[in-house]
Each structure stands twice: as C-alpha cells, then as structure tokens.
Design a protein around this ligand. Structure first.
Ligand code: NAP
Ligand code: 8YV
Length: 313
C-alpha cells in the first residue's frame, strides 16, 4: 500500500470535508498542536501541501520547503501571503463560485433582518413586550429602495440579482465599470449619499482597508443602513461605532469584524440599531462541503503537478 502524502492544515473547516481530506492525505493539524515548531520540523522534508481557512505566512512556507501548493478554504485569501508564495514558486488556490449564491442569500437575509428589525422583533415577543406594550414600533421598507453595492464580482452580482427581485434601485462601486444593467458610481462616498442601504462585498487586505470611513458613513446618513459581508477591515470600526452612537448612521448588519471572533462591546451593546452575525454567510452544510472538496481537489492537482482548479497566482 502506498502511503498518503503529508499535508499541514493550519486551521480546520467543515468536519465532513475534513474526514474526506484524511482519506486522501496524512493530515498534520497545526491548530491542535501544543508544539507547533516540533510538528513542522517533523514533516519539514515530507510535507507537500499546506491548507487552511485563516492564515499562511512566509515563515510557515519556509518551514515546509517541499510544499508546492497552498489550498485556501475561502474565496477571500487576504490571510495568505500570496506574494511570498509566488516568490517561492508555490501555487495558491481559493474556493470561488461554490459559495456565491449562499453568501448572496445571506446578505439579503441580513439586509432584511436589519431593516425590518427581525431579531429585535423576536426579542419583543419573547420578553412579553407585545402583551404589555402592544405593537412594536414600525420598521424600514426594503423593497423598492435604493441599494449601493460595494464590489460587483461573483458574489456582488448574485446580491444584485436578488436585490432586483426585491424591485430595488441598484447602484454599484468598483474600480472598473462593468457591463451590467446597474448604475455605476466612480465614487463610493457619492454612491453612499444616493442610497438607503450600502452592502459591502469586496476582498479584504490593504487595498480596501477602511474604504468605508467616516465620510462614507456620514454620506449614508442617519436613516442609512450598512450591511457588511465582506471583511471587517473594509470598515473603519471605530468610525462605525461613533456614527451609530451619534445617530449619524441609522443601522448596521455585520457578519464580519476587524478582530474576529472578538467583537467590540460597543457593538454588542447597541441591541436596537445593530444586527451581529458570527461570520457565517457561507456556513451551510452543502456549501461548506463543496468548499472543503474544492480545497481537496486543488491539493491533489497541485501535488500531482497539474494546473489548480481555482488558482490565485
Ligand atoms: P470577486 O469576484 O473577486 O469580486 C470582488 C469585487 O470587488 C470586484 O467587483 C472588484 O472590482 C471589487 N473591488 C476589489 N477591490 C476594490 C476596491 N479597492 N474598490 C472597489 N471595489 C473593489 O470576489 P467575490 O467572490 O465576489 O468575493 C468578494 C469577497 O467577499 C471575498 O474576497 C471575501 O472577502 C468576501 N466574502 C465574505 C464571506 C463571508 O462569510 N462573510 C464569504 C465569502 C466571501 P474591481 O476589481 O473592478 O474594483
Ligand atoms: C469563510 C469567507 O467563512 O470565503 C470567504 O472568503 O469569508 C467564508 O466563506 C472563511 O473563509 C472560513 O473558511
């Protein structure tokens, strides 16, 4: 019997997909290891692939010099040092497309939950306030309103298609204009001024850091709603908290945060204006299985010296 190739997994993902991974590879689980240096030293010569759902540094690549592929679990690979991988001749893959519809569904759910105050209404019933106080205060309409989408890539376009079904007036901001039936805005702040709801779905990393800043939040205004399903780094979190506390921004629905899984207490305390989610937009059984399988297929291809299915570099 031929032995299974050694791979190092930095951080885990869906257990059913991890089980399948272990059928194909000898999986060394870095996140469980008490002595990470010793684990890396023990597979220094034999490890041919790296996978993970969070980070991958140049230091890790140097500790595993025979790894030829880094298969990232997630479409956003801002935690992976791709430049360092390219310099070392290591191929990198991500998991695009298989999660686009799931994340788009979730963005719409979060927009509806935030505008129609669904978590607040649930609490209103459970806390007996309906019986004591009567009907709860009215909420904001979603259908027919103006929505601005920051990022109109694979997921952004699926969000736009769903917003169209809600009869919304759709605009978008990206660096390059696309051939789509939605209004293009070359300025994010200008777009924020025009819309009722701003949905962020751009990649993370330095290029998009704090794109949504005080100016953009003020442009969105006291009745404006921010939905962030992109990365926490895209929003200046301090500016967001201040805008919500001062009433300069109406409400926010957030799936992603600057320092996950830690969420600022100030956001947790704002139970009326803010809906919080634990970075779960792609987290269904079906989609996480598809993502995990794509990681595995990329590892197999990279280790066999074949082109990756979904290459990044
Ligand atoms: P994609 O197809 O690469 O689309 C990215 C979009 O962002 C493009 O339209 C791009 O257009 C735009 N963009 C990039 N940099 C920009 C900038 N500096 N200013 C304005 N627009 C910019 O990626 P995707 O598959 O849709 O995924 C997008 C991101 O969603 C991921 O990278 C990830 O961070 C996030 N995500 C989050 C979750 C979650 O669980 N919450 C799940 C999946 C994905 P231009 O290049 O023309 O600017
Ligand atoms: C995952 C994501 O939660 O694909 C992405 O970019 O943010 C999510 O699908 C994350 O990558 C964890 O694996």
């Amino acid at each position: 019997m031929t032995s299974k190739p050694d791979i190092v997994v930095v951080s885990p993902w869906y257990s059913a997909a991890m089980d399948e991974l272990e059928q194909a590879f000898t999986v060394h689980k870095l996140w469980l290891s008490k002595d990470k240096d010793a684990l890396l030293a023990s597979v220094r010569d034999t490890c041919v692939g790296i996978a993970g759902s969070s980070w991958c540094t140049a230091e890790l690549m140097d500790a595993l010099p025979n790894a030829t592929v880094i298969a990232h679990h997630g479409v956003g690979y801002d935690g992976v040092d791709v430049a360092a991988a390219t310099e070392r001749g290591i191929k990198v893959s991500n998991t695009p497309d298989v999660l686009s519809d799931e994340v788009a569904d979730f963005a719409i759910a979060l927009m509806l939950a935030t505008c129609r105050r669904i978590p607040q209404a649930d609490r209103y019933v459970r806390e007996g306030r309906w019986e004591r106080e009567g009907d709860m205060p009215f909420t904001q309409r979603v259908w027919g309103r103006k929505v601005g989408i920051l990022g109109l890539g694979r997921i952004g376009q699926e969000i736009a298609a769903r917003c169209a079904a809600f009869k919304m007036d759709i605009r978008y901001h990206t660096r390059s204009r696309r051939d789509v039936p939605y209004a293009y805005s070359s300025s994010l702040a200008e777009m924020a001024k025009e819309v009722d709801i701003l949905i962020a779905i751009v990649p993370g990393g330095t290029a998009t850091k704090h794109l949504i800043n005080r100016e953009v939040l003020d442009a969105l205004g006291p009745t404006g709603v921010l939905i962030n399903v992109a990365r926490g780094s895209v929003v200046d979190e301090d500016a967001l908290i201040a805008a919500l506390q001062d009433g300069r921004l109406g409400a926010a629905g957030l799936d992603v945060f600057a320092d996950e899984p830690r969420v600022p207490q100030a956001l947790k305390d704002m139970t009326e204006q803010v809906v919080l989610q634990p970075h779960q937009a792609s987290a269904t059984h079906d989609t996480r299985l598809a993502m995990g399988r794509l990681v595995m297929e990329n590892l197999k291809a990279g280790i066999a010296g074949k082109p990756l299915l979904t290459p990044v570099n």
